[in-house]
Design a protein around this ligand. Structure first.
Ligand code: SER
Length: 320
């Protein structure tokens, strides 16, 4: 983990280089304001700018791409606003590292690449990983077993809620497999505080952190609720740079990485307050400092992409 600890720039570069050297075109992040897509308030995933390539409306000269995409999840289907500050891992603004196949490789390629990058390049221990798959996806189960060699207990089947990804009410979608990393059983779990059992990788707590989602794009969700097959099975993946930076730096919180901790430190100095990384209690200064750091990035990047505070739409979200 050495060279990547506290070095998000090196992590981003290593991800893009890994996929570029395996035939992927490195494409720049799109603006946070989606072009020609009235279904989206903000870019919320790396695949947004490739939506038409998945559905077959547009063709690209290369069938593989990789990006580090600016995302804002503060409205619409994917909205993390209310969690910000209260967990170690939620943001309104974050960067999503992704690799994409437009009818090129499918499940085997996606799983092989993910396994190689995480274990060889980033040197993460496979023993601390669990792979969730869609309950119906026997292929994904067999591939994880074959490629990673993990025992069955590290492959968990879950339903649509956890392992079927859709961009929004309409658009490309499909079953997915998520890679979760074990942070430690001593990480607090809100389920346990409430007298219930921690749900492991399916739990909302920070004990297991989802670092990468590999979506096997197979369908297009239509406005009339019908679902049609995509012209070709494709792949859309997304790994949160902030989460990966935390894991590679041996930190239990994204807010302790080089992407966010300097902003927290600056805010704490100005407010004459002390940040306590382990404090997630309601109404605490530390929850507020995390929210300030998150919102400072979101507002800066939104303004840089041409959004200004106003009374409606995305402008109103920025103003809030
Ligand atoms: N689109 C999927 C997600 O956002 C994978 O990138 O999780």
């Amino acid at each position: 983990m050495g060279e990547f600890a506290n070095n998000s720039r090196a992590i981003r570069r290593a991800f893009l280089d890994f996929f570029a050297s395996r035939g992927h075109e490195e494409v720049a992040s799109s603006s946070l304001v989606p072009e020609n897509d009235p279904t989206l308030l903000f870019a919320n995933a790396g695949m947004n700018q490739f939506k038409d390539a998945f559905t077959g409306k547009a063709t690209r000269h290369r069938s593989r791409a990789t990006t580090a995409q600016k995302c804002v999840r503060a409205g619409g289907k994917h909205n993390d606003l209310d969690n910000v500050g209260r967990t170690a891992r939620h943001h309104t603004f974050f960067e999503m590292l992704g690799n994409f196949s437009f009818g090129d490789y499918f499940k085997e390629g996606a799983i092989t690449f993910a396994h190689e990058l995480l274990t060889d390049v980033f040197a993460l221990p496979i023993a601390r990983m669990v792979f969730t798959i869609h309950e119906s996806d026997d292929d994904a189960a067999a591939l994880w077993k074959k490629i990673s060699g993990v025992p069955d207990r590290q492959i968990i089947r879950l339903g649509d809620k956890d392992n079927f990804w859709a961009m929004g009410e309409t658009g490309p979608c499909g079953p997915c497999t998520e890679i979760h990393f074990h942070q430690g059983d001593d990480v607090p779990c809100s389920e346990e505080f409430a007298g219930r059992k921690c749900q492991g990788p399916a739990c909302d707590c920070d004990r297991w952190i989802e670092i990468w989602n590999l979506v096997f794009m197979q369908f297009e969700q239509r406005e009339d609720k019908s679902r049609i097959a995509l012209p070709k099975p494709s792949v859309d993946t997304g790994m949160g740079l902030e989460r990966l930076a935390a894991v590679l730096g041996g930190k239990r919180s994204n807010y302790e990485t080089d992407l966010l901790s300097p902003i927290i430190a600056a805010a704490a100095v100005r407010a004459k307050k002390t940040f306590v990384p382990s404090d997630y209690s309601d109404g605490s200064v530390s929850v507020s400092l995390r929210a300030i750091a998150d919102h400072a990035r979101a507002t800066a990047f939104l303004i840089a992409d041409g959004v200004f505070p106003e009374k409606t739409g995305r402008e109103y979200v920025l103003r809030r």
